[in-house]
Design a protein around this ligand. Structure first.
Ligand SMILES: [Zn+2]
Length: 290
């Protein structure tokens, strides 16, 4: 049984790319190029779907209890998440993620938003409020946190939705591994920049360009790993986006996906697209205004 933790977060400004499971599979459909950067057709074609088997998940009903969030009891939400994690085809997710949550190494946070299903963040201790902790749990100065949308989790039901959820959890777990494997203290702090004030960032010598570059490399890696899994299963994740993974076009495909994202915060676009255009090898990064 998971430790049940409910926290409220300040407004966040991390992106979640649009993930469409109704993606069309016609090979002639290529993402619209932006700023005349033509996206060539993908070098891979999608294989036949071969999804891992999926469990019958708990059906959750809305009810108001002492510990409910968005109308769902957090105990039932935790049980459903546990089912999902324990049945995950990836051995790191189904073992490590489960254990990390049980032992409080990763906090669980329920947060309802139309923009995201789940996200991994590292939250400074001072920014965590309203935490329900088991007695004796020690909070670290920076707390790795897995945020899950309770509506999304409560309504997961079909094999397609479960496969998508597996990919989402896998992606977020990659971010946790990136954080754990980072040994440099300043780079570690970059995982928390969404929660730091301008003054705090200045004190830590964190610039906007550094945060943007950090996000670029963290997401480029997490999406590449997620896409390899989606391709292995023949799952149409992100329309044609995943068919560019491990090719020389991958950075361009990732940039185009970010640029075309419907849910990416416009503030984020203004702040980071120029840095990302440069890192992606865009011929005219200067066109992206700050
Ligand atoms: Zn990510």
């Amino acid at each position: 049984m998971f430790l049940i933790v409910v926290i409220t977060l300040p407004a966040i400004f991390i992106f979640q790319a649009k993930r469409s499971k109704e993606a069309k599979e016609t090979s002639s459909v290529v993402s619209r190029p932006s700023f005349d950067w033509i996206m060539p057709a993908p070098p891979l074609s999608r294989g036949k779907a071969s999804y891992p088997s999926t469990p019958k998940l708990l059906k959750l009903k809305q009810s108001q209890t002492e510990h409910s969030v968005a109308g769902y009891d957090t105990g039932s939400l935790s049980l459903k998440l546990e089912q999902l994690i324990k049945s995950h085809p990836d051995s790191h997710v189904n073992h490590d993620l489960d254990q990390k949550i049980i032992h409080g190494e990763i906090f669980l946070n329920w947060w309802s938003s139309k923009e995201m299903a789940a996200k991994f963040q590292v939250v400074p201790k001072s920014k965590i409020t309203g935490v329900f902790l088991q007695p004796g749990t020690q909070m670290k100065e920076f707390t790795p946190t897995l945020t899950i949308d309770p509506f999304w989790l409560a309504n997961l039901m079909t094999p397609d939705e479960i496969i998508f959820a597996y990919l989402v959890l896998f992606h977020e777990y990659v971010h946790y591994q990136q954080y754990i494997e980072t040994t440099d203290e300043q780079t570690k702090q970059l995982f928390s920049t969404n929660f730091l004030s301008e003054a705090e960032k200045e004190k830590l010598h964190i610039t906007q360009d550094q945060s943007c570059a950090h996000m670029w490399f963290a997401e480029l890696d997490a999406y590449a790993q997620e896409c390899r899994l989606a391709n292995e299963w023949g799952y149409p994740f992100g329309d044609q986006f995943c068919l560019y993974v491990d090719s020389p076009l991958w950075s361009q495909a990732f940039f185009t996906m970010l640029f075309n994202s419907q849910t990416l915060d416009p503030k984020y676009k203004t702040a980071c697209m120029r840095v990302h255009a440069k890192l992606a090898g865009h011929p005219h990064p200067e066109l992206f205004k700050r």
